[in-house]
Each structure stands twice: as C-alpha cells, then as structure tokens.
Design a protein. Structure first.
Length: 316
C-alpha cells in the first residue's frame, strides 16, 4: 500500500500530523510505503522528517504544482494500492481502517469514502454499497471528484497520470477516468479523510487573476473530458456525459459566484455553446441538476441566477 503525500510550503507540524495519521493505521511496516513529495518548498522540510528514518521516502523536485508532484510519487510507487494525501490533511483511523478491511476481504479496484472538515464521532456501523463497475456507478450516481477520496488499485492506472499545468481542477480530470478503469468499486460512508480548510490554499485564493485561472482551468478540463467521451464505448460515454454535465453546472455556478459579472457569464456561456456544453442537457441526474438546468438554459434564467444565487449564499 503506497501513500503519496504531497507538500509545498507547509508548516512542519501539519506534515508531521499527516504522516503520523498514516503510521497509526492497521498496516505493518512491510505493508505500507509512504512517499513524501516536496514540490520545491522554499524551506526544505527534510530536517523535520529525520525522525521517521526508513518509514518514509522523501523526494524533492522543482516547484511544478500538485499534478507533477503526484506523478513523481506514482512513478516511485510499488504498492498494490495507492492513496493520495495532501500534506496539510490527514487520514482518520477508524474510517480508513474500514476501507483497508474492504480491500483485504474482497477483490476491489477502488474504495470511495467520505471526508470531513471536523473530527467526526465514531461511527458504530458503516454502510457499504454493493460493488459495481466504475462505469455503472458514474451512470447512476455522482462521484466525489477529489482524488484523495479514493483508495485504488495501482494496476488499473495504465497510462493515466495528472496533466501538468492545471492549477485548479486536476482532480476532476483524473478521477472520472480512474473510475472508468475500475471493474469493482465499493462506495462506503466511512469518514476516512480529514480535509483542512486553509485560507492560503489555492482554492482559497480569490484574487482576480486566481479566479480567472480557476475558471479557465475548469473549462479546459470539461472540454477535454467531453472530447474523450466521444471515443468511448456506449456505457462509458454515457457515464462521462453525466460527469461533464455536472461539471458544466458547477462551472456556471462558479462563474456567477466568483465574478458576479454578467458580461463574463455571457462570454463564457457562448464558449460553452461552441463546444456543445450549453444548453445543459435535460437529464434528471439529481434534483439540484434538474432545477439548475431549467433556469440556466435561457438568458432570462441566467439573469435570475445571477441575482438569486449570491443572495442564497448570504442566507446560509
């Protein structure tokens, strides 16, 4: 089992907490491999990790983003299964040990699990879905886009890697393609990942430049997935089309919420139209999607969303 921990300019105590959470799992030393990939931090954290000795493999590279850091970790990984962990996050032992039990007792390609922003209470009984292919799961249900929320068999990767240069949305490109390679996926409600909210994270950057880069990257990912779907077998194509529609809905929502700019919304909608991404397809994927696409598929509805969504956000 290989854990790929990526970090960049993190406080040492966060990285230590992350590694300690992995060491606390029900794995012997021979059963785990922890690869820490430092993406060119200004201050090298190696000295803070000396106490771990041979329990970790420390790799350092020039700064290139999380995609290149994860790809370096994948090239070095030797475990049958892989888990990505961001260095400022940690794994939650009870829930994650349950995920490990799933792969121990069954021939599973992916275990998909839940996350939390707070330390959860102990779950008395976990609920696991019956195994299904990744294609079937994506045709019938939404998936979590974050790559860190899936424990997966390394062999199913094939040539799949993260695309360098995408600062926002690299997970949304990688994860659906990973799921479509899986013959057996188990979805569990086990809360196994602690996601730390930080104002200094990339997603927390709300400068004009960062917002434009985020929207551009998101659009690039959506267009890329749509083009890939055109060459897929029927079941996989239908699964990917659902994911593309969901990401397109999220993209429209983010344009409104992050820019509050009607002109930019109209320009980006026209770009989506040129790629066949707009109007949103009239599918009944979820109640939220059904409601959103009915409003978003005409200029009057878009104006209403532009005025309504920010008000709804304030009331939460």
């Amino acid at each position: 089992m290989t854990f790929i921990v990526t970090c960049y300019n993190l406080p040492a105590e966060m990285l230590v907490e992350c590694i300690d959470s992995i060491l606390a799992l029900s794995l012997s030393r021979d059963e785990r491999e922890i690869i820490v990939v430092d993406d060119g931090s200004d201050v090298c954290p190696a000295n803070d990790l000396l106490a771990y000795g041979d329990d970790i493999v420390y790799l350092r590279k020039p700064n290139g983003g999380v995609s290149t850091a994860r790809n370096m970790g994948l090239r070095s990984a030797t475990g049958r299964f892989v888990q990505f962990v961001d260095g400022d996050d940690s794994l939650l032992q009870p829930g994650y040990d349950h995920c490990l039990d799933i792969i121990r007792r069954s021939d599973t390609d992916i275990v998909a699990f839940d996350f939390t922003h707070a330390q959860p209470a102990t779950t008395a009984a976990y609920e696991d879905w019956q195994p299904m292919s990744g294609s079937e799961l994506m045709r019938k249900h939404n998936i979590q886009g974050a790559a860190c929320l899936s424990l997966f068999r390394r062999a199913i990767l094939g040539e799949l890697t993260f695309t360098p240069g995408i600062s926002y949305g690299e997970d949304e490109e990688f994860t659906p393609q990973l799921f479509l390679r899986a013959e057996r996926v188990v979805r569990t409600n086990a809360c196994s990942y602690f996601y730390r909210e930080r104002s200094t994270s990339a997603i927390g950057n709300k400068t004009v430049e960062a917002v434009q880069r985020r929207l551009d990257d998101n659009y690039q990912v959506i267009v890329g997935l749509k083009h890939k779907s055109a060459t897929m077998p029927t079941d996989e194509r239908i699964a990917m089309e659902r994911r593309v529609a969901q990401l397109s809905m999220d993209y429209l929502y983010n344009i409104i919420m992050l820019t509050r700019d009607s002109r930019q919304l109209n320009e980006r909608v026209e770009a989506m139209r040129s790629e066949g991404l707009y109007p949103l397809p009239p599918r009944h994927y979820t109640t939220k999607y059904t409601w959103f696409h009915r409003l978003a598929n005409n200029s009057t509805g878009l104006k209403l969303l532009m005025n309504l969504l920010p008000l709804m956000k304030k009331e939460r």
